[in-house]
Design a protein around this ligand. Structure first.
Ligand code: SAH
Length: 281
C-alpha cells in the first residue's frame, strides 16, 4: 500500500476535513496531512487532467443524454482543474456548477473560465462531495469523471440522486474490473487503494438498485490512461521534483505515481475506467 497514493489521501482528507481544519487552525506547524495535501495539489495543478479520460470519451458519454436546453442545470462533481467542465460547457446548453474539494484546482478552473469568457455558463465552487450545497431536484444532469470513488460509487450514486430531477441523468466514470479473475499483484494493489472496484455487471446492478435505469456503459480506451493522463504526468515530474528537491515525500509520491503507470502497462487487460450513464426513474 502506498501512503502517498492520491486515491487514498483524497479519501482520507475528505473524511477528516473537519478535524484537519481544526488541526491546521490550532497549530502553526503544518500537519502531515496539510503537507501531503499541498504537495499533491501542487503536482496535479500542473496538469489539466487529474484522472484517466478524454474529450472523445466525454463526448461519447454525452451522446446518451437527451433533452438538455439552455434551462438545464448541470453539476460536475470532483471536477479537478475542469478540462471536462469546459468541454461540457462548449458542447451542451445550460448552466454548469463545477465543484471540487481542492481550492487550487478551482482557482485554475476559474482562470480558464475567465480566459474563455464562460462566466455565464459555469460557476466553480469549492465543496466536499459528501456535503454538497445543492437543493433537492436541482439538476437535470450530474456529471463526475474519475472522482466518485472518493465517497464510493454505490454510496455516491445513492447520495446524489436526491439532487436530480425525476428523469434526470447521472454520468460517472469509475475504476472497474474487466474480468472476473486477475493476478494477485493487481488485486492487492486495488484492494489497498479502492476495495470497491468491481466488475461492470456489479456496478450496473448497484445503479439499478439505487433507482436508476442504466442507459449505457462503456470502457474507456487505453489512450485515456496513456496519452491523456500518464503522458502529462511524465512531462511535469522533473520540474516538480526539482521544485521539491529537498523533500523526500515528493520523491515517494512520484515513485507511487510511476508505479501506478507500470502496473497499468502490465495489467491493463484486467481493469480500466468505465463510464456509467443512468437515468433517475
Ligand atoms: N474530474 C477530474 C478530476 C478527477 S480526480 C478529471 O477527470 O480530470 C478526482 C478529484 O476529486 C480531484 O480533483 C480531487 O480534488 C477531488 N476530490 C477528492 N475528494 C473530494 C471530496 N471529498 N469532495 C470533492 N472533491 C473531491
Amino acid at each position: 500500500m502506498y501512503i502517498y497514493n492520491y486515491k487514498t489521501i483524497g479519501y482520507r482528507i475528505s473524511n477528516n476535513l473537519k478535524q484537519l481544519n481544526k488541526e491546521i487552525m490550532s497549530n502553526d506547524n503544518k500537519t502531515i496531512h496539510d503537507f501531503q495535501f499541498e504537495l499533491i495539489c501542487d503536482y496535479f495543478s500542473r496538469i489539466d487532467r487529474q484522472g484517466p479520460g478524454s474529450l472523445d470519451v466525454t463526448k461519447k458519454a454525452l451522446s446518451f443524454i437527451t433533452g438538455l436546453s439552455e434551462k438545464s442545470r448541470i453539476a460536475d462533481i470532483g471536477c479537478g482543474t475542469g478540462k471536462q467542465t469546459i468541454y461540457l460547457a462548449q458542447s451542451v446548453e445550460g448552466h454548469i456548477t463545477a465543484s471540487d474539494l481542492f481550492p487550487g484546482f478551482i482557482d485554475r478552473l476559474q482562470n480558464n473560465i475567465k480566459k474563455l469568457g464562460l462566466q455565464n455558463r459555469i460557476s466553480a465552487i469549492v465543496a466536499d462531495m459528501k456535503e454538497l450545497p445543492f437543493s433537492d431536484e436541482q439538476f437535470d444532469l450530474i456529471w463526475s469523471e474519475g472522482a466518485i470513488y472518493n465517497i464510493g460509487f454505490e454510496n455516491g450514486i445513492k447520495q446524489w440522486k436526491k439532487y436530480l430531477k425525476p428523469g434526470g441523468y447521472i454520468a460517472v466514470s469509475e475504476a472497474s474490473w474487466l474480468t472476473t479473475s486477475r493476478p494477485k499483484e493487481i488485486e492487492d494493489y486495488w484492494m489497498a487503494s479502492y476495495p470497491e472496484i468491481d466488475v461492470i455487471s456489479a456496478k450496473i446492478a448497484q445503479m439499478e438498485q439505487a433507482g436508476y435505469k442504466c442507459i449505457a456503459s462503456f470502457i474507456e480506451p487505453e489512450e485515456c490512461w496513456t496519452k491523456e493522463y500518464f503522458a502529462l504526468q511524465s512531462e511535469i515530474e522533473e520540474a516538480f521534483l526539482s521544485d521539491h528537491s529537498n523533500n523526500q515525500a515528493a520523491f515517494d509520491f512520484v515513485a507511487s505515481e510511476q508505479n501506478e503507470r507500470l502496473l497499468y502497462e502490465k495489467y491493463k487487460d484486467y481493469y480500466g475506467y468505465v463510464f456509467y450513464i443512468g437515468k433517475k426513474l
